[in-house]
Design a protein around this ligand. Structure first.
Ligand code: NAD
Length: 479
């Protein structure tokens, strides 16, 4: 089935370097699907090592004429304004290729714009600093230099949001970028480049390739001009990139997988926790790195909590993300459905109970599901399920609950619900996660640094820290 997606922003379905779209008529094409219908909505060319090198070379030439901080500020403001102006057009493309409800896609574009707004506020912090002291009788200056070409690799679950985090930091730092979106969702990124193309940026300042991810990644990790490889995606690919980049001492910023625990203590405001879980868990159909993967509930409130969650989950409307009132779209593809199905089957085989949902609903759809009686040896407790499954474990002992929550090699996001502020503080300090919500299911915001502990990654995105990922410090003593 073919149903081409049309939009004024999708005139060219090409990569972008040297300041223009670059047709590759003879390149093999990849199908891009609407996950809700399975229809092919576009065919985009496959780039490999050659195109990746051309794009990096283009970025390296742009680096030779760096933008000063004032010019970067104008670029950041122009991108923010352009994202907001074209929010609805971008969101429609995003929903069609990713499946998430349109309201969420619009929210993602606004979230993305926020990173450009926030990055602009950190430009003053990049001014050269002169040390107050004069060690050795010399004047010492510290300059914040652009680190070099930035290679930005992004996943399919937030094709615009995850790129915005990186691109805003790179631009604020003055680094030209080469972007590689997921092959499952390249269209919103191509559309964004149509907008960037209209902003009069210096040629080579932003570049785009997609297709053969391993070949492109290998160029990013070996090309001498690339100094920062910023990647969001699975821990497995992050590990591979880290190994490839290590011999060349590239700067790495890795935002990887999570296995978020969501702790509801007996003294929690249960209604608040239920509300927070619903919003946190079902964004992008449960396919987010920060969504609750393991829900731990005190046995004193477990029955009430499970009943309330199940009632709310049964009421979620599942369907095409462009349809009015839909709260949960399809998963990204059949592989996603197979993984979620395996996790539910494994849990049931090991003694979990399905309270609602649990059976694939056809195509790429999986119904919102609640499982109880989940135990630590089940796959859904150890791996990201990346789907609309609430996996609940009841605990009599708070100590055991905190220990279980932290017993994972991952460390991205966690959530704690209690009315006892001192307990919250104690528990947060024991959780080795980069982002811990207390009485909120909120994920990251552009103004604050966000990133993982342990195997959830290295580096931070958002805030000043997200800009510094792309900065090299140069120390200049003046005699
Ligand atoms: P993925 O690792 O399969 O792919 C991510 C990107 O890497 C894609 O662009 C893909 O084409 C590219 N890629 C794949 N193999 C590569 C290689 N050999 N060299 C270079 N690039 C390669 O991940 P995904 O399935 O797209 O995304 C889901 C994962 O991303 C989940 O694990 C999720 O937790 C994680 N994620 C993390 C964050 C975060 O902020 N920590 C945010 C969103 C998603």
């Amino acid at each position: 089935m073919t149903a081409p997606l049309t939009s004024p922003l999708l005139g060219a379905l090409d990569g972008y370097w040297d300041g223009r779209f670059q047709p590759r008529p003879s390149a093999p094409r990849i199908d891009v699907h609407d996950p809700a219908t399975g229809a092919v909505i576009a065919r985009v060319p496959t780039h490999g090592a050659d195109e990746a090198r051309l794009a990096v070379d283009s970025a390296a030439r742009a680096l030779a004429s760096p933008l000063d901080r004032a010019a970067r500020g104008r670029v950041l403001a122009a991108i923010e304004a352009s994202l907001l102006e074209h929010r609805d057009a971008l969101a429609t493309i995003l929903t069609t290729e990713n499946g998430k409800p349109l309201a969420e896609a619009r929210g993602e574009i606004e979230y993305a714009a926020g990173f450009f707004r926030d990055a602009a506020t950190h430009l003053d912090a990049l001014a050269p600093v002169t040390l107050a002291a004069r060690p050795r009788g010399l004047t010492w200056q510290v300059h914040h230099r652009p680190a070099g070409v930035a290679a930005l690799i992004t996943p399919w679950n937030f094709p615009i949001g995850m790129l915005a985090k990186k691109l805003a930091g790179a631009i604020a730092a003055g680094c030209p970028s080469v972007v590689k979106p997921s092959e499952l969702t390249p269209l919103s990124c191509i559309a964004w480049f149509t907008l960037l193309d209209g902003l009069g940026l210096p040629p080579g300042f932003v570049n785009l390739v997609f297709g053969d991810a391993p070949a492109i990644g290998a160029v990013f990790c070996s090309h001498p001009a690339v100094r920062v490889v910023s990647f969001t995606g699975s821990t497995a690919v992050g590990r591979l990139l880290a190994a490839q980049a290590a011999p060349n001492f590239k700067r790495l910023s890795l935002e990887l997988g999570g296995n978020a625990p969501f702790l509801v203590f007996d003294d929690a405001d249960v209604d608040l926790a239920v509300d927070a879980l619903l919003t946190n868990k079902f964004r992008c159909g449960g396919q987010t790195c920060v969504c609750a993967n393991r829900v731990y509930v005190g046995s004193g409130v477990a029955d009430r909590f499970v009943d309330a969650v199940a009632a709310r989950v049964r009421a979620l409307v599942v369907g095409h993300g462009l349809d009015e009132g839909v709260a949960v779209g399809p998963l990204i593809d059949h592989k996603g459905v197979a993984k979620v199905t395996d996790h539910v089957r494994d849990a049931v085989a090991r003694g979990a109970r399905i309270v609602t949902g649990g059976v694939p609903a056809g195509g790429a759809f999986f119904p919102p599901t609640v499982l109880t009686g989940v135990t630590s040896e089940m796959r859904c407790a150890n791996e990201e399920t990346f789907g609309p499954v609430v996996a609940i474990t009841a605990f009599d002992d708070e100590e055991a609950m905190v220990e279980a929550a932290d017993a994972t090699p991952y460390g991205l996001a966690a959530y704690v619900f209690t009315r006892d502020a001192a307990k919250a503080e104690r528990v947060v300090a024991r959780l080795h996660f980069g982002h811990v919500g207390v009485n909120t299911g909120s994920g990251p915001t552009p103004e604050a640094p966000f990133g993982g502990f342990r195997t959830s990654g290295v580096g931070r995105e958002g805030g000043l820290e997200g800009v510094l990922e792309f900065i090299e410090l140069q120390t200049v003593p003046h005699g």
